[in-house]
Design a protein around this ligand. Structure first.
Ligand SMILES: Cc1cc2nc3c(=O)[nH]c(=O)nc-3n(C[C@H](O)[C@H](O)[C@H](O)COP(=O)(O)O)c2cc1C
Length: 262
C-alpha cells in the first residue's frame, strides 16, 4: 500500500505540477471571450511573405510556453525547439538554398537528401491527391506561375528555404526513440504555437519542405544523433502588400468528414 502511495505521490508531486487550488480554478474558469479564441483559430493561415521586423524575445518565450501546454501521451512533452535568428538563420538559409539549387542541377543527389520520416505518402490517393493538386494550382495560379515554368516554380519553392524572409525560423526535432504518437503530440504543440502567435499579431507557416534537407538542418543547429527533424516553421509579422499572402484555402464542411453514430 505504501509503495503504491509513494509511486502515486512521485507521479503527481513534480515541481511543475499545479496545486489543488489552481487545478480547481482551471476547472471552473470561464473563458472570458470565446470569440477571440475562435478568431485566433479562424484567422490563422500560412503566410509566405514576412516583414523583417524583429519579434521581441519575451513574445517568443510566451508563445513557446503556451505551445507547451499542449497535451501529450503520458505527458512526455516530446518537443525540442531550435529558434534561429540573425547569423544562425542566415547561415542555414545559405547552405540549404545552395543544396536546393544543386539538387535541381544534379537530381542524382536525391539519395543524399532524405527526410527522416514520411510526412507525405509515397503514392497519393484521392481525394487527397486532388486536393493537393488543387492547392498547388491555386497558389501558382495566384502568383501567375504557369505549368512548365520550372524556373519560377523552383524560385517559389526556394522561398521556403529563406523562411519566406521571416525574422524567426523554428526547427522542431524529436528523439528517434519515440513512437509515431509523438508526431500527434507535436502537431498539437505546433497548432498551439501558431494560434498563440496569431493572437499576438504574428503569423506563421509550418514547413515540411525543410525535411528534405534534414541532414543539413540537424548539423547546422547542432542536434544530437538521437534527434530527427519533424518540421520547420517561419514566424514573424506579415507583409500585407505581398500577393502570396492573399492565398486562402477552402475546407470541406463538417458533414463531409463526420459520421454521426447513435
Ligand atoms: C506540417 C505542415 C507542413 C507544411 N509544410 C509546408 C511547406 O513546406 N511549405 C509551404 O509553403 N506550406 C506548408 N504547409 C502549409 C500548408 O500548405 C497549409 O497549411 C494548407 O495549404 C492549408 O492552408 P492554411 O494553413 O493557409 O489554412 C504545411 C502545413 C503543415 C501543417
Amino acid at each position: 500500500m505504501w509503495q503504491v502511495w509513494l509511486i502515486f505521490a512521485q507521479a503527481v508531486e513534480t515541481p511543475e505540477s499545479r496545486s489543488g487550488t489552481n487545478l480547481m480554478s482551471q476547472l471552473n474558469a470561464l473563458i472570458p471571450d470565446p470569440s477571440s479564441v475562435d478568431a485566433a483559430i479562424e484567422n490563422r493561415f500560412c503566410v509566405r511573405a514576412f516583414l523583417p521586423d524583429q519579434v521581441p524575445r519575451e513574445m517568443l518565450e510566451e508563445v513557446l510556453r503556451l505551445a507547451s501546454r499542449a497535451p501529450s501521451g503520458s505527458n512526455a512533452q516530446p518537443w525540442k525547439v531550435y529558434v534561429l535568428q540573425g547569423a544562425a538563420k542566415a547561415g542555414l538559409v545559405e547552405k540549404t538554398c545552395a543544396a536546393h539549387d544543386a539538387l535541381r542541377e544534379h537530381p542524382e543527389l536525391e539519395s543524399k537528401f532524405r527526410p527522416d520520416y514520411d510526412y507525405y505518402p509515397r503514392s497519393w490517393v484521392d481525394p487527397y491527391r486532388a486536393r493537393r493538386r488543387q492547392n498547388g494550382l491555386s497558389l501558382y495560379g495566384l502568383l501567375g506561375i504557369g505549368k512548365g515554368e520550372s524556373d519560377k516554380m523552383h524560385a517559389q519553392h526556394q522561398r521556403n528555404f529563406k523562411f519566406f524572409d521571416a525574422p524567426v525560423g523554428l526547427m522542431f526535432t524529436l528523439d528517434r526513440g519515440m513512437g509515431q504518437g509523438s508526431l500527434m503530440d507535436y502537431g498539437m504543440f505546433m497548432q498551439n504555437l501558431m494560434v498563440a502567435a496569431r493572437a499576438r499579431g504574428l503569423h506563421s507557416c509550418a514547413q515540411a519542405a525543410w525535411n528534405t534537407y534534414s541532414s543539413i538542418v540537424l548539423e547546422h543547429i547542432g542536434a544530437g544523433p538521437q534527434e530527427m527533424l519533424v518540421c520547420g516553421m517561419s514566424l514573424g509579422f506579415p507583409d500585407k502588400d505581398a500577393l502570396v499572402n492573399e492565398f486562402s484555402t477552402p475546407r470541406d464542411p463538417v458533414q463531409a468528414f463526420t459520421h454521426w453514430l447513435e
